[in-house]
Design a protein around this ligand. Structure first.
Ligand SMILES: C[S@@+](CC[C@H](N)C(=O)[O-])C[C@H]1O[C@@H](n2cnc3c(N)ncnc32)[C@H](O)[C@@H]1O
Length: 221
């Protein structure tokens, strides 16, 4: 089974279930034209995030790792009119592209984009009593996964849903001492979720246009 068929099935999912979406197509085009790496979530994954926001009845979302705002837009679309996504991005160029994408998608009023190292932005959010968030999506530098999960616990309440992306990594997650900091970050996410009594979680392996990976999902008890 090759990644070609995974991509074809992703295209089938999108063409069967989604309306044509020139805005999101333009967002992805802008991201590539502006030199951002193609590490946005897939359309099927973005829709899942949007559905999770709706299923949770979330009004407030925290995202760690904006890139060009593709996943942010999907989640913003799942929120009610007065809902808010706070999204954190290190790279000023990514943030600039994301801002113009939020305008393009008509979600600027729902998005609070904060530029800088996420650990600093998270500390500032805690100082400002900005939590508790209803859903938290962690998708930034993977070695910091346990630090982000630690902040997520502080910025959550009972019922908060936490999603952590890229935790399977072509199956390398099962390797101890892989020497790969991203794999170690994925394993650290599992250790954190498994070791935190207030979290009840699982992880789902996925294949698709983005290859073989997966996400962890947990709820705060
Ligand atoms: C995988 S991309 C995010 C993709 C985005 N969630 C999407 O699906 O459209 C990861 C992003 O995290 C950002 N990032 C990396 N380290 C960071 C840090 N320490 N603080 C904040 N953002 C960081 C990167 O610049 C990159 O834009």
């Amino acid at each position: 089974m090759s990644s070609k068929i995974w991509t074809a099935v992703d295209e089938y999912i999108v063409s069967s279930l989604f309306e044509a979406d020139p805005v999101l197509d333009a967002v992805l085009k802008a991201n590539r034209d502006q030199g951002l790496p193609a590490i946005d979530v897939s359309a099927a994954q973005g829709k899942l995030l949007s559905l999770l926001v709706r299923i949770r009845g979330a009004r407030t979302v925290l995202e760690v790792g904006t890139l060009g705002g593709y996943s942010t837009i999907w989640m913003a679309r799942g929120l009610p009119a007065d809902g808010k996504v706070v999204t954190l991005e290190l790279d000023p160029h990514h943030a600039k592209v994301a801002r113009s994408n939020f305008e393009r998608a008509g979600v600027s009023g729902k998005v609070d984009l904060r530029v800088g190292p996420a650990l600093q932005s998270l500390a500032a959010l805690a100082d400002q009593n900005a939590g508790a968030f209803d859903l938290i999506f962690i998708d930034a530098d993977k070695p910091n996964n346990p630090n982000y999960l630690n902040w997520a616990m502080k910025l959550s309440r009972s019922g908060t849903v936490i999603v952590c992306d890229n935790v399977i990594r072509d199956g390398a997650v099962v390797k101890e001492n892989s020497g790969d900091a991203n794999v170690e970050g994925a394993r650290a996410a599992f250790s954190f979720i498994g070791g935190e009594k207030r979290l009840d979680g699982t992880a789902i392996q996925t294949v698709g246009a983005k290859g073989y990976d997966g996400f962890a999902i947990a709820i705060v008890e």
